[in-house]
Design a protein around this ligand. Structure first.
Ligand code: VGL
Ligand code: ZN
Length: 180
């Protein structure tokens, strides 16, 4: 699973994650080694609750159909099998790929039992997606060199990693997973 590697979370984007572009190279390597690759998109309506103008914490970002919401051009699209759009309801939090989507059903229909997760941002959508996946009983590996965090508060990334670990998420590296 490639979480939210979209222009707005990368360099020059509306909500650029520090060093966010660094996840692209390991994610392309990992995607090449997996049969089924999902890419999630943060996919907001223009009036999403999380935007500052509606009282939320974030600048306007990842508005459906805009350049900022597109996957980063350096992600190898030929390796991505399916898209999962989340955060598309104005009043739903939507950090998790499972929140308000049919993602769980799609995984079950494919017989998926475990997920390898990387992308953006460690302390929001990666965290929420990994924790929900565990709640739904999936095995989850989060690839620590293929994630970057926003760190709105110092320590958010470390706390997120600890929470994921406590929930049974396995923290791994690309090198551990990639056989070349
Ligand atoms: C995200 C903040 C706001 C994320 C999405 O993809 O982690 N973070 N919307
Ligand atoms: Zn968002």
């Amino acid at each position: 699973m490639i979480v939210d590697v979209q222009n707005d979370f990368c360099a020059g984007g509306a909500l650029a994650v520090p060093d966010g572009d660094a996840v692209i190279e390991p994610l392309n390597r990992l995607a090449a080694q997996h049969d089924l690759v999902y890419a999630t998109r943060d996919w907001h309506p223009a009036d999403h609750w999380s935007f500052a103008e509606h009282g939320g914490p974030w600048p306007v970002h990842c508005v459906q159909g805009t350049h900022g919401a597109e996957l980063h051009a350096d992600l190898d699209r030929s390796l991505i099998d399916e898209l999962v759009d989340a955060g598309d309801k104005p009043n739903v939090e939507g950090y998790s790929a499972f929140d308000g989507t049919d993602f769980e059903g799609r995984l079950r229909a494919r017989g998926v039992a475990s997920l390898v997760v990387g992308g953006l941002a460690t302390d929001y959508c990666v965290r929420a997606t990994a924790l929900d996946a565990r709640r739904h009983g999936f095995g989850v590996k989060v690839v620590t060199d293929a994630i970057r965090g926003i760190e709105a508060e110092p320590g958010d990334v470390e706390r997120s990693l600890e929470e994921m670990r406590q929930a049974g998420v396995e923290l791994v590296t690309t090198e551990e997973l990639v056989s070349t």
